[in-house]
Write a protein that binds this ligand. Structure first.
Ligand SMILES: [Zn+2]
Length: 336
């Protein structure tokens, strides 16, 4: 165990802990430190269990606690505690921090000086853009620094980045009420759940579904959902959470309302036109079976809304027989 140590922060990323330990021990960088103690820094970043055990032992902290806040890379996914995350649900090209959380760390551990502030794992999650503790927008300390490659390991040497970006962190301080989705994701990563429908989805799918449904709710069915800037992502996540956390009936009501809006514009939609990008997303980009509960609700609403003939398809599956429908719409495929 090292003589000069730092306490492990709640929810601290292992790379952050390693970076602070390196700084505390006067090493030039986290990579240099790891080389000196025969640990591979990239494995710490990737949450490899052996590397984390070695690091925990050196730093004199609980290995289980250190692992609990790691983003452990598996084949093509990531695991955070009991939650699974997709590559797309993790932030890559930026490193967000909360100015007040860092200030609290510095105040709490004055004797550590620059080795006190630490990076929380939850700040690495794409849909989390606000600190739920302080209601402050998270500040990117990496995006503006073109000298630090977003792919390089230097971006994980967080203690040094925080030192280098001190001015930008203070200037970026801006209040904003956190969204219910941000609260939900933060709580789930801390092992707490609210007992709503979203709990049945893996965390990455719950968050992404909220963003997609919310963006369609705000901007209509033609909104391009594949790329979102942070402003849209924040508002879409909040709106989508209000819809999906209410359960399948709430989602169904949203689809029925969306459907009515589309009728007024076109008068004669097909299934894809009726639900726009939401349908396209569920049909193609989100082929992942975890989204099946959403597809089932949408399929039921489509069957009730359109005069679909046997053989026509929804999500690639043919309709077995003509269904009773409300008579609001006639599918384009049925026109003679
Ligand atoms: Zn904060």
């Amino acid at each position: 165990m090292l003589a000069a140590r730092v306490p492990l922060g709640d929810g601290e990323l292992p790379a952050s802990f390693c970076s602070r330990l390196a700084l505390r021990n006067g090493c030039g960088s986290a990579q240099d430190f790891c080389r000196d103690v025969s640990i591979i820094f990239r494995e710490v970043v990737n949450g490899a269990p052996e590397a984390l055990e070695q690091l925990a032992e050196l730093g004199g902290v609980c290995a289980e606690r250190l692992s609990a806040s790691a983003l452990r890379r598996t084949d093509d996914m990531f695991v955070a505690g009991k939650e699974s995350l997709s590559r797309g649900s993790i932030r890559w090209g930026s490193l967000l921090v909360c100015p007040d959380c860092l200030a609290e760390d510095a105040h709490c551990w004055k004797e550590l000086n620059a080795a006190a502030p630490y990076v929380r794992m939850v700040w690495q999650i794409s849909c989390v853009l606000t600190c739920v503790r302080h209601d402050l927008k998270l500040v990117d300390i990496l995006g503006a620094d073109m000298c630090v490659s977003s792919r390089g390991l230097r971006r994980h040497d967080t203690a040094r980045l925080i030192i280098a970006r001190g001015n930008c962190i203070d200037k970026g301080r801006s209040a904003r009420q956190h969204s219910p989705l941000e609260r939900y994701v933060t709580d789930r990563l801390a092992g707490q759940s609210e007992g709503n429908w979203l709990d049945h989805f893996p965390l990455y799918a719950a968050a992404r579904a909220c963003e997609i449904v919310g963006s369609v709710a705000i901007h209509g069915p033609k909104i391009a959902v594949r790329t979102m800037d942070d402003v849209l992502r924040f508002h879409a996540g909040a709106t989508g959470y209000q819809i999906l956390s209410g359960g399948p009936d709430h989602f169904r009501s949203f689809l029925l309302e969306s459907r009515t809006g589309e009728r007024r514009r076109t008068g004669d939609p097909g299934v894809a036109a009726l639900f726009g990008q939401l349908y396209n997303w569920l049909a193609s980009e989100a082929r992942d079976p975890v989204y099946q509960p959403l597809r089932e609700v949408l399929r039921e609403v489509a069957l009730e809304s359109l005069a679909l003939d046997a053989g026509e398809k929804i999500f690639g599956l043919p309709i077995e027989r003509r269904r009773f429908y409300s008579g609001l719409f006639r599918s384009r495929g049925n026109r003679n």
